[in-house]
Design a protein around this ligand. Structure first.
Ligand SMILES: [Zn+2]
Length: 573
């Protein structure tokens, strides 16, 4: 029988790396997320032969030849389809067997697992009112979901007996990991008194199981051991049920547990997968890339910092995937979240996902004091290590730019990490901050010593937009005062102020006899200074954005707003 099923072909193609295959014949060089070489099928001086690992295809822009790994081998080696398949199957570690049927070993393995799945499913439905059904009900899992995921129940014993009656030999069953042989030669069933979750490969064949305990047996979850036909780091739980949705939505939600996954799925979030008890592996990231380049991870706020440094994130970035984070409140897993707030709320949270690198930048801002050069350098080093994992040079460059903005240092400093350029940038930053501090402190002081305070409240209300005040610590204090039209006593206020501001206020008390007219002038001078600083900042942003061909309309709006305020002051003078 010279027939290879489409399933088999897909399975083999999904277990090989086209870049690795072609690279053996034509040395490839990485360009962005693709690979390039001189075309082996036509003569050329500049390379136009491209290979995409994600898509599993090659294409020559010179001669137009293209195809997958099978076609490449056939064309390059001038061999037949079965010959090419034999090469690929061997590379994939998948047996084609005689006449290209699955080997008898693999066949038995698959069939035993299918029989076991039937047994577990029947045991669950035969367990009506029992502890397993009760557990499933308590977790809110519907009958429909039970059927969809073929959830079952492994009683304390009975599987071995059942499989024996089906004609399977103990030796064959041992290979599946469903039973275990002790050193003393005793045989027992691996899954006892557990809820059973079949694990499918991408084409919907059960190849392993996960089991959750119902009694006091530990650990809470156990999985099938790795076997000749099952490698846990190569697959996701739920990939078969999720793959079409992942493709359609162009994003995959990664959760930790079986129950989380099933709960999300049941509630209409179907593009969800779970790694099988490991951090994400390169193989898993490559598998995912066939369906999408966007991965969403859910973090519990409590352990967010910890998880952000997990290897899995780096693995995804290294494979060129974009990683996003959804932060859930502490102590909450996705299943809890749905039960508490509903599925729509979770969908909404997923919609507001944050890019992992933005998330990491925020973490660094909290962890390090960016006014300290050494700490700033350390933060920069940490974030750059991550950005350097990204294979695409354009993406990396865009992140450098974002980091430069967020760290408020020039992009050159991000690229080179040279202390000198960081230092000069930080110097500017500190000067700017000091200037702003003293301006706001002066304004606060002016209100404090003014006689007719109402006049000053009115001026600020009319001319200084509240959003300006709210951008600054002391500005916020002024905002509260102006809004309530009440000046707190200095003693009430003093604790909330930093030392420098306190000095300015104390000093001000000694000038209490200044006439209001002079104070009003001083208020205007300070307001003008503030606007000039803001104008300088916005001009810098505009020229920066123009450099990158970005939309500057938002900045220009702010620019004309500031100019308008400046003109207002001039007119009054
Ligand atoms: Zn060509």
């Amino acid at each position: 029988m010279n027939y290879i099923s489409n399933e088999k072909i897909e399975e083999i193609l999904s277990n090989i790396d086209i870049v690795e295959i072609i690279d053996e014949y034509v040395p490839l060089r990485q360009v962005g997320s693709n690979y390039r070489a001189l075309c082996p099928f036509h003569t050329e001086k500049t390379p136009s032969f491209y290979v995409s690992r994600e898509k599993g295809i090659y294409h020559c822009f010179g001669c137009g030849r293209s195809g997958n790994a099978i076609k490449f081998l056939m064309e390059y080696n001038n061999i037949t389809f079965p010959e090419a398949m034999a090469i690929l199957a061997e590379k994939a570690g998948i047996k084609l067997g005689n006449g290209y049927e699955a080997s008898s070993g693999e066949n038995s393995y698959r069939k035993i697992l299918e029989d076991a799945q039937n047994y577990f499913e029947n045991s669950l439905s035969g367990n009506m009112g029992g502890i397993a059904v009760q557990y499933i009900k308590n977790r809110g899992i519907s009958d429909e979901t039970v059927k969809k995921f073929h959830i079952g129940y492994a009683p304390a014993h009975g599987l071995l007996n059942y499989l024996g009656k089906k004609g399977w030999k103990t030796k064959e069953i041992l290979k599946t990991g469903l039973i275990v042989k002790t050193e003393g030669g005793e045989i027992y069933e691996r899954f006892r008194n557990r809820i059973m979750f079949p694990i499918y490969n991408t084409i919907g064949k059960v190849i392993a199981f996960g089991g959750r305990n119902l009694g006091s047996d530990l650990p809470k979850y156990i999985n099938s051991p790795e076997t000749e036909y099952y490698k846990k780091g190569h697959l996701f739980f739920g990939i078969y049920q999720a793959k079409n949705k992942i493709k359609e939505l162009d994003e995959a939600v990664v959760v930790e547990g079986y129950i989380d996954l099933i709960s999300l799925h049941q509630n209409g979030i179907e593009n969800v997968i779970a790694p099988l008890g490991t951090a994400l592996t390169p193989k898993q990231a490559q598998l995912l890339k066939r369906y999408t380049s966007n991965v969403i991870l859910m973090f519990d706020a409590d352990e967010a910092g910890l998880k952000a440094s997990e290897r899995g994130v780096n693995v995804c970035l290294k494979e060129g995937l974009s990683v996003y984070v959804v932060l859930l409140e502490k102590g909450t897993d996705p299943d809890d979240y749905i039960k508490k707030y509903g599925a729509d709320a979770l969908k909404e949270r997923i919609g507001r996902k944050v890019n992992f690198l933005d998330f990491k930048i925020e973490l660094l801002k909290n962890k390090y004091n960016f006014n300290d050069i050494d700490q700033m350098s350390r933060a920069l080093k940490e974030i750059k290590e991550i950005v350097l994992l990204i294979p695409d040079a354009i993406k990396r460059e865009l992140w450098y730019k974002r980091i430069a903005e967020q760290f408020e240092i020039p992009i050159e400093a991000v690229r080179t990490e040279k202390t000198k350029s960081i230092k000069s940038a930080m110097g500017e930053k500190v000067t700017k901050r000091n200037e702003l501090n003293s301006i706001y402190a002066n304004i606060l002081n002016i209100i404090n010593v003014a006689h007719d305070k109402q006049k000053f409240f009115d001026y600020i209300k009319t001319y200084i937009p509240f959003q300006y005040l709210q951008e600054h610590v002391i500005g916020k204090i002024i905002y509260d005062i102006v809004l309530s039209e009440k000046m707190p006593s200095i003693n009430d206020m003093i604790d909330t102020l930093d030392e420098k501001t306190r000095d300015i206020i104390y000093e001000g008390v000694f000038m209490e006899n200044s006439p209001d007219k002079l104070l009003m002038q001083s208020l205007k001078v300070n307001w003008k200074k503030l606007l000039r600083i803001k104008l300088k900042e916005i001009n810098r942003r505009i020229s920066n954005a123009l450099l990158y061909n970005e939309d500057v309309s938002e900045y220009e709006e702010k620019q004309s707003e500031i100019i308008h305020h400046l003109q207002q002051i001039k007119q009054e003078e």
